[in-house]
Design a protein around this ligand. Structure first.
Ligand code: ARG
Length: 466
């Protein structure tokens, strides 16, 4: 047991109590953020004269040394300590002596942990965004290559109208672009430093909170000390953003699983991203897509856990809030793994273009276009709908597509049909005629891609990636 307190106690903490209370097992992940925060704190203490310049320098150098040694492995974190904050402070004091004991002047572990977590989440959001960006680049590249790969678009999982693969994938591009902008949005709101809020009521020292905030890349210091130490809204927002990313990945996975099935055969997953069966030799299973879909529940679970943990907490800090970490770390790891694996799987997937186009033809996805053809010849839409519906029924009986009916068959239903009907309902025409903004037609699709690339550049600039 190694703890920062004990003066007012006459008895040792029971071993199980100590173990139950300690957080170092998981909060050691925030070691770098903890040291970064302490360096800013100590620089500020030096600046305002609470510590002498020498003391501040000595502590800063000591902290930098700890950081180095943790990175190069000459120092390892001892789980003897209650939490990462205690560990860093204890090692500092062992190394530099008396000055080390002054680090915690004008600070509480409550504002310290609030700061560490904010720094950690800020870093994690950048990491997640980089992975989203890589996935989006793969998507944009695929879309550029598949502007004329025709496939059926679905509603109710029933073939509806022809679209292109670029159009279908482009819908996911939109989702992941929104995910990127959501992360930035959360970042903007959370980017205020809680350091200097103390335990809950600020301090009697003349701290320069704006100075330490600026050193840590915050836009300023938080406005209310009680809120500063008890706010986990940003973390809930972040977990909600992560949940949304998982929801998008999961929907995409569901389609990949369907497309990879023997019935669809729209895609062929790369061997490196598939698995086999221990009993059925013919199997090639989409386990990665299924796992990503499955892990979605786990990330939603983290969001629900934290919402529930926070709901009954009176102001200000309560130990319940220590429970924010494991679920957040697990969600971050899960999302990062899923984004990485999913990107690799997508980038190596083969798309069976012929199968996709044949499926669009056989699914009567051009029936609306056949009706529109009649409308152009002066037939009211409602009548046209009925005429084409009867033609579809004939096709189903004969097991053929609308494209395979003879002109005679067409004219038996309606003499407004002419020989140009075949051209009018070809998959190529069906797609090309869809010219409205956001539609799969070539011009509209190119415009969508252009705008999406533009949005990527904007987001990259806001993140400081370029
Ligand atoms: N391990 C604690 C947490 O994660 C650090 C803050 C401790 N503060 C306290 N008053 N015990 O929340």
């Amino acid at each position: 047991m190694a703890q920062l307190w004990g003066g007012r106690f006459t008895k040792q903490t029971a071993q199980e109590v100590y173990a139950f209370n300690a957080s170092i097992r998981f909060d050691q992940r925030m070691a770098m953020q903890d040291i970064r925060g302490s360096i800013a704190h100590v620089k500020m203490l030096g600046k305002v004269g609470i510590l002498t310049a020498e003391e501040a320098k000595q502590i800063e150098d000591g902290l930098k040394g700890i950081c180095e040694d943790l990175k190069n492995g000459t120092l390892s974190i001892s789980e003897e300590y209650e939490d990462i904050h205690s560990f860093v402070e204890a090692v500092l004091t062992q190394r530099i002596g008396e000055a080390g004991k002054k680090l915690h002047t004008g600070r509480s572990r409550n504002d310290q942990v609030a700061l560490d977590m904010k720094l950690y989440i800020r870093d994690a959001s950048t990491q997640v965004d980089l992975l989203l960006r890589a996935l989006l680049n793969t998507l944009l590249e695929l879309c550029g290559r598949h502007l004329d790969t025709v496939m059926p678009g679905f509603t109710h999982l029933q073939k509806a109208q022809p679209v292109t693969l670029a159009h279908h994938l482009g819908a996911y591009t939109e989702m992941f672009l929104r995910d990127r902008s959501r992360l930035l949005d959360m970042r903007k709101r959370m980017n205020l430093s809680p350091l200097g809020a103390g335990a809950l009521a600020g301090t009697t020292y003349p701290l320069d909170r704006e100075y330490s905030a600026a050193l840590l890349g915050f836009d300023g210091a938080t406005r209310n000390s009680m809120d500063s130490v008890s706010d986990r809204d940003y973390l809930i927002e972040f977990l909600s953003d992560l949940s949304m990313i998982m929801m998008h990945l999961s929907r995409f996975c569901e389609e990949i699983i369907l497309w990879n099935s023997n019935e669809y055969r729209f895609i062929e997953l790369d061997d490196a991203y598939s698995t086999g069966s221990s009993i059925m030799p013919q199997k090639k299973n989409p386990d990665i897509a299924e796992l990503v879909r499955g892990k979605t529940g786990r990330v939603y679970g983290s969001l629900m856990q934290l919402l529930t943990t926070m709901k009954g907490l009176p102001l200000a800090y309560n130990k319940d809030m220590q429970e924010d970490k494991e679920c957040a770390f697990d969600a971050i790891d899960t999302v990062c793994d899923c984004l990485k694996l999913f990107e690799g799987m997508l980038a190596t997937t083969q798309f069976n273009q012929k199968q996709m186009e044949d499926s669009a033809k056989k699914g009567f996805t051009n029936a609306t276009d056949a009706a529109d053809y009649l409308v152009r010849a002066g037939v009211p839409f409602r009548d046209a709908h009925g005429i084409v519906g009867r033609l579809v029924l004939t096709c189903i009986e004969r097991g053929i597509a609308l494209d395979d009916l003879s002109l005679e068959d067409y004219r038996k239903e309606c003499d407004a049909f002419g020989p140009d009907i075949y051209e009018a309902i070809s998959m190529k025409t069906c797609v090309e005629k869809r010219i409205t903004k956001g539609a799969p037609g070539p011009e509209a699709a190119k415009e969508m891609l252009r705008a999406q690339r533009c949005e990527m550049e904007k987001l990259d600039k806001m993140q400081g990636f370029v």
